[in-house]
Design a protein around this ligand. Structure first.
Ligand SMILES: NC(=O)c1ccc[n+]([C@@H]2O[C@H](COP(=O)([O-])OP(=O)(O)OC[C@H]3O[C@@H](n4cnc5c(N)ncnc54)[C@H](O)[C@@H]3O)[C@@H](O)[C@H]2O)c1
Length: 277
């Protein structure tokens, strides 16, 4: 067991990657603090942890709210005494209520792909950024980038005392190459990559190791606002010919959490099926 008795806090662990990371880390012997904004997701993940005989602690909190994050860390510290691994994973692509944004992005993506195939060139801008609502921009940055900062800040207070810890931040290929029609998501994920590298350099003298994982497209509930046609077009852009699985992303995260990966510092590992190299 490569993570025996380590305490891991995984944000957004009520679904998708976070849940699978929780189960894989538990399989390596870790105790799992399961954060999510959705209490039902937390209950489901805790039930799965229980079914494999693992220890789990549910921590409902919105990572974009600094007071909720601080309370979550207080509870974690008073319950289990510390934290060895933080996975900043919580996130979303678009809320279901943002249909004005998602419909436009889906339509523009399909139109652009058709024009590329028939005319050899996309004919005009997707006109997403020029009409993006302030609210949509700010919520995206709040959850992904600010949430990663708030959780990292609290974890480091404990890890710097311990002189040991691992932090793994969930980025995306959108933060590496930019995804058209997703300016706020791409900006947030690129920000996470810059944050990862800066903090990695800052804290490595205290034996705290920070890295990022930047996945390509994986079919989780996060992609629910994409139409089946858009998902199929994305699949066709992947050299490997398919979307990824949550297990393929989780195994990269778990590896970075183990001692075997200690020489990885400030790196961005990108399981993406060959879409970005
Ligand atoms: N699915 C993909 O294709 C893909 C690709 C690259 C990166 N990612 C990133 O991976 C991470 C996990 O995504 P997923 O695909 O597993 O999605 P998912 O929707 O299955 O899971 C995300 C979880 O985060 C939780 N969450 C959302 N906002 C939160 C908040 N403010 N506070 C706490 N929890 C919150 C949700 O309730 C949900 O349970 C995200 O950061 C996402 O941006 C996903």
């Amino acid at each position: 067991m490569k993570l025996k008795d380590r305490i891991a806090l995984i944000t957004g662990a009520g679904s998708g990657f976070g849940r699978v990371i929780a189960l894989q880390m538990a399989g390596e012997g870790a105790k799992i603090a399961v954060n999510d904004i959705n209490p039902r997701g937390i209950e489901e993940t805790l039930a799965e942890l229980k079914s494999i005989g693992a220890q789990g602690l549910g921590l409902t909190a919105d990572v974009s709210k600094v007071d909720q994050v601080q309370e979550m860390f207080r509870t974690l510290k008073s319950t289990w005494g510390g934290i060895d691994i933080l996975v900043n994973n919580a996130g979303f692509g678009a809320f279901p209520s943002w249909s004005d944004y998602s419909d436009k992005a889906n339509t523009a993506f399909i139109k652009g792909t058709e024009e590329l195939a028939t005319l050899g060139k996309v004919q005009e801008s997707m006109k997403i950024t020029s009409h993006l609502k302030d609210e949509y921009w700010h919520v995206m940055i709040d959850v992904h980038l600010n949430g990663t900062f708030y959780c990292t800040r609290e974890a480091l207070k404990i890890m710097e005392e311990q002189r040991k810890g691992k932090i793994i931040n969930m980025a995306s290929i959108c933060g590496m190459r930019g995804c058209p029609g997703a300016p706020s998501y791409s900006a947030a994920k690129a920000g996470i990559i810059g944050f990862t590298k800066s903090v990695a350099l800052e804290v490595i003298p205290s034996n705290i190791i920070v890295n990022a994982v930047a996945p390509g497209y994986v079919d989780t509930p996060l992609l629910d606002t994409l139409t089946p046609e858009v998902k199929e077009l994305i699949r066709m852009q992947k050299p490997i010919g398919r979307l990824g699985t949550p297990e393929e992303i989780a195994s990269a995260v778990v590896y970075l959490a183990t001692d075997e990966a200690d020489f990885f510092v400030g790196q961005v590992i990108s399981p993406n099926g060959g879409m970005v190299m």
